[in-house]
Design a protein around this ligand. Structure first.
Ligand SMILES: [Zn+2]
Ligand SMILES: [Zn+2]
Ligand SMILES: [Zn+2]
Length: 232
């Protein structure tokens, strides 16, 4: 048999196998769990399905993964937020005891390398807590604004944009369009942040980061520039 044809055949079989569980009523892939498993994560390399409890537990620090649920006939797109995932910032990922003060967790729109996500964020609201922007930065999320941020970008997404911008001359508009398509290729207009807003913010953040890196290379402590005793 022609080797190309052979490769196409086994690739098609593999694609098909990923579209349905290989066995009826599979068990959760997490060691020690015997629950019935129905959730597949597109971004984990796990060779099997999760039960809901393990899916949420395993994704506390991976909130930007995309999941599907097996409904007995086919896989249905779900979101970790709709399944109940809350990302706790501060306290090493544990809930803040003041979690429910001032309105409780809030939904943020966050862009990662695999597209745009809505994520429920539980801030640390202790009296000495960092600002919301600082809390996001502590979790490698770059806020789109410093006051009451509602949109953020993962450091991974910013690094990817930085590279494709410099190597491939990709514009912020093309990058945002790609991310919208990665989120929903059928209806990119349904993505919860506009294709006009994202490139503007991306350009702004990129400029800030490029300047920060430039300053960091020139000065041992670039923040001294802005202090009373620093370099002016
Ligand atoms: Zn995952
Ligand atoms: Zn489980
Ligand atoms: Zn707290």
């Amino acid at each position: 048999m022609d080797r190309d044809f052979q490769l196409r055949t086994i690739a098609l079989q593999a694609f098909y196998a990923h579209e349905s569980p290989l066995e009826d009523n599979p068990s959760c892939i997490v060691t020690g769990c015997r629950n019935n498993a129905t959730y597949d994560c597109q971004d984990c390399d796990a060779p099997g399905l999760y039960c809901k409890e393990c899916l949420l537990k395993e994704h506390q620090f991976r909130p930007f993964h995309r999941v599907h649920e097996w409904n007995g006939e086919h896989l249905v797109t779900r979101t970790l937020m709709a399944l109940g995932l809350i990302v706790h910032i501060g306290h090493s990922g544990q809930p803040c005891i003041h979690l429910d003060d001032s309105g409780g967790p809030q939904v943020l729109t966050i862009m990662d390398v695999n597209g745009v996500h809505e994520v429920r964020i539980a801030w640390c609201r202790c009296f000495n807590a960092m600002s919301f922007a600082e809390q996001l930065l502590s979790r490698k999320l770059f806020p789109a604004s410093i006051v009451k941020p509602r949109t953020a970008f993962t450091f991974r997404a910013l690094k990817l944009f930085h590279m494709v911008h410099h190597v491939g001359r990709t514009t912020p508009w093309d990058f945002a369009g790609t991310m919208h398509r990665l989120t929903d290729n059928v209806d990119p207009a349904s993505v919860p942040v506009s294709q006009i807003y994202v490139p503007r913010v991306l350009s702004y953040i990129h400029a800030i980061l490029c300047l920060s890196i430039h300053l960091f290379r020139i000065f041992i402590n670039p923040f001294d520039m802005f202090s009373d005793n620093g370099v002016s």
